[in-house]
Design a protein around this ligand. Structure first.
Ligand SMILES: Cc1cc2nc3c(=O)[nH]c(=O)nc-3n(C[C@H](O)[C@H](O)[C@H](O)COP(=O)(O)OP(=O)(O)OC[C@H]3O[C@@H](n4cnc5c(N)ncnc54)[C@H](O)[C@@H]3O)c2cc1C
Length: 482
C-alpha cells in the first residue's frame, strides 16, 4: 500500500509539465497514485511528447509553508541592503529556475527575487493547452510564490516593478525603495507584440501569463453561452496561435485563424508539415484565413467583434486573441545603458556589458539569437548558478528543438541553423497515416529534422543524430519534401 505522504512530483525538463504521483495522469490511463517508476516506458509527456528520461524529480513541497512563507515575503527596504545579495528581477520560469539552482549550490547566500506579478509558480507552456482540459487558473499554480520562497529560503518581493538600476551604487530602484545587490540578474522575460487596430473595439486578448489566461477564461465564459456559440478569432498562426486554435477547437469553440503568411508556422516548418498542420486544424473545425491581414476591429450591432480583413472579407467573433509573437522586455536594460539588440545581449557566461549584471530567459539574446524556450532557460539557469557561485561556467546552448503542442498533430522540429539553411535539402524518411519523419541533410550530415504525429516521440533519438552522417538511402532521397 502506498503512503500518500511520500508521493513525489517530477517535472518535464522540456516544457515544465509536472507529473504528480498523487494525481496520476488519467488522460493517458495513469490512475492517481501511480508511481513514476511504474509508468510504462512508452508513456510520453502529455504536453510535449518527450519520454520519461526527460523528467527529473522535484523537491518535496513544504508540508506547511504558510508561517515561514509569510516571513520570507519582503515587506520593505530596511532588510534590503546586503551588499552581497543576488537580486533577480523577474518571477517567471527563468527567475525561479535560477533561484532554485542557486539555492541548491549555496545554502547561505542572500537571494532576493523582485517581480511585478504575484510570483506564483506555474508552467507557462500549459497556458496554451489548458482550455480543452477545463483547467481553472488556480489549478495551474504549482506552488504559490510565498510557499516557493519559503522552500528555497529566499526573499520574494511580489507586485513590485523595478523602475531603475543605479549601476555605480549597485542599487535597484523600486516604488518601495532601493535594494542593494552584489550581483543582479535580469530575468525580465518578454511581452506579446500588440498591434493597434483601427475600428474602436478594445484591444484583443493575449495569452502570455496566468492573468492573461484568467481574462481569456472570463471572456470565453461571458454570457454563459455554450462553447459552440462563442466564436473565437485568433490573429497569428505562429506557435502560440496554432496551439490556442488547437486547444480552443478541441474545447468546442468555433475558431477562425488569420495569418499573413501563406501557412502556419512559416519559417519553422517545412512546407509539407505546414500543410499537414493546416489540414489537421481544419479537420478540427478551424477556419483558415491565410495570406490575410486584419485592418479593423469594431463592435457590431449584435455586440460581437467584427474583424475586417484587407481585401474585404469579414469575421465575426465574441472573443478576439492576438498571437503575434513576443518582444523581449529590454527597456530597463536599455535605460541603464546595457548593450541590447533584439534582446539583452549576453556573452558565453550570460554576462551583460556590466560585469555585475547577468541576464537569462526570454529577455536575453545569446549568440545573436532569441531562444524563448523552457529547455533554454533551464540550461541557462544551471550554468548561471554555477557562475554566480564562483565557478565560471559557459552556457552550452541546447539543440534548439521546438515542440508544437497541437494535439491534432503534435510536432517536434529542429530547424537547420542559419549556416545550414539553404545548403541542404529536406528528405522524407516516413510519411504515412501516423505522421511524418523528415530529416534535413546539409553537407552530408543531419542538420535538422521535423517529426509529426507518433514520430514526434522519436525526438531524442533524432537529437542524438544531429551532426551525424546522413543515412537515408538514394531511394529515400527521391522522396524529397518540398
Ligand atoms: C502560450 C505559451 C506557450 C508556450 N509553450 C512553450 C512550449 O511548449 N515549450 C517551450 O519550451 N516554451 C514554451 N513557451 C515559452 C516559455 O513559456 C517561455 O520561454 C518561458 O516561460 C519564459 O520565461 P521567462 O521567465 O524568461 O519570462 P516571463 O515568463 O516573461 O517572466 C518575466 C518576469 O519578469 C517580470 N518583470 C519584467 N519586468 C519587470 C520589472 N521591471 N520589474 C519586476 N519584474 C519584472 C514579469 O512580471 C515576469 O514575472 C510558451 C509560451 C507561451 C506564452
Amino acid at each position: 500500500m502506498s503512503n500518500t505522504d511520500d508521493f513525489k512530483r517530477y517535472i518535464c525538463k522540456v516544457c515544465g509539465y509536472i507529473y504528480d504521483e498523487a494525481r496520476g495522469d488519467p488522460d493517458s490511463g495513469l490512475a492517481p497514485g501511480t508511481r513514476f517508476e511504474d509508468i510504462p516506458d512508452d508513456w510520453y509527456c502529455p504536453d510535449c511528447n518527450v519520454t520519461k528520461a526527460d523528467f527529473t524529480a522535484l523537491e518535496p513541497r513544504a508540508a506547511e509553508p504558510d508561517t515561514t512563507a509569510v516571513a520570507s515575503v519582503w515587506s520593505g527596504p530596511e532588510g534590503g541592503n546586503d551588499p552581497d545579495a543576488i537580486v533577480i528581477i523577474g518571477g517567471g520560469m527563468a527567475g525561479w529556475a535560477l533561484a532554485e539552482s542557486l539555492r541548491e549550490r549555496d545554502p547561505h547566500r542572500t537571494i532576493r527575487l523582485i517581480t511585478a506579478d504575484s510570483g506564483d509558480y506555474y508552467s507557462k507552456p500549459r497556458l496554451s493547452n489548458a482550455i480543452q482540459r477545463e483547467v481553472a487558473p488556480a489549478d495551474l499554480v504549482e506552488e504559490t510564490g510565498p510557499a516557493r520562497a519559503a522552500r528555497l529560503r529566499i526573499e520574494l518581493m511580489p507586485f513590485l516593478r523595478v523602475l531603475d538600476v543605479q549601476r555605480e551604487r549597485k542599487r535597484v530602484i523600486t516604488p518601495r525603495g532601493g535594494i542593494a545587490y552584489g550581483q543582479l540578474v535580469l530575468a525580465t522575460g518578454a511581452r506579446p507584440r500588440q498591434l493597434a487596430f483601427a475600428g474602436g473595439a478594445e484591444a484583443p486578448l493575449v495569452v502570455n501569463s496566468l492573468d492573461d489566461y484568467r481574462r481569456l477564461r472570463v471572456a470565453l465564459e461571458a454570457g454563459a453561452a455554450a462553447p459552440e456559440r462563442t466564436r473565437v478569432a485568433i490573429i497569428g498562426a505562429g506557435l502560440v496561435g496554432c496551439e490556442l486554435a488547437d486547444d480552443l477547437s478541441a474545447g468546442g469553440y468555433p475558431v477562425a485563424l488569420v495569418e499573413r503568411a501563406p501557412g502556419p508556422l512559416s519559417g519553422l516548418l517545412p512546407s509539407l508539415l505546414a500543410e499537414d498542420l493546416r489540414a489537421a486544424l481544419e479537420a478540427c473545425g478551424v477556419q483558415w484565413h491565410t495570406g490575410a491581414t486584419v485592418e479593423r476591429i469594431e463592435m457590431s450591432e449584435q455586440g460581437c467583434r467584427r474583424l475586417s480583413l484587407a481585401g474585404g472579407d469579414t469575421i465575426e467573433a465574441e472573443v478576439v486573441i492576438s498571437a503575434l509573437g513576443l518582444v523581449p522586455n529590454r527597456a530597463l536594460a536599455e535605460r541603464i545603458g546595457l548593450a541590447c539588440h533584439q534582446g539583452i545581449e549576453v556573452d558565453a557566461f550570460l554576462g551583460t556589458t556590466d560585469p555585475a549584471i547577468h541576464a537569462l530567459g526570454d529577455g536575453c539574446e545569446f549568440d545573436g539569437r532569441l531562444r524563448p524556450y523552457v529547455e533554454t532557460l533551464r540550461g541557462q539557469a544551471a550554468a548561471l548558478a554555477r557562475t554566480l557561485s564562483g565557478e565560471p561556467t559557459a552556457y552550452q546552448p541546447d539543440a534548439g528543438i521546438v515542440q508544437v503542442k497541437t494535439s491534432s498533430l503534435p510536432l517536434n522540429v529542429r530547424p537547420p541553423q542559419q549556416s545550414d539553411a539553404g545548403a541542404g535539402e529536406w528528405v522524407e524518411i516516413v510519411g504515412d497515416g501516423t505522421g511524418r519523419h523528415l530529416e534535413y541533410y546539409a553537407r552530408g550530415r543531419v542538420a535538422g529534422f521535423a517529426l509529426s504525429g507518433v514520430h514526434a516521440r522519436g525526438v531524442r533519438e533524432l537529437e542524438r543524430r544531429l551532426g551525424q552522417p546522413a543515412s537515408a538511402s538514394d531511394e529515400h532521397r527521391h522522396r524529397l519534401a518540398s
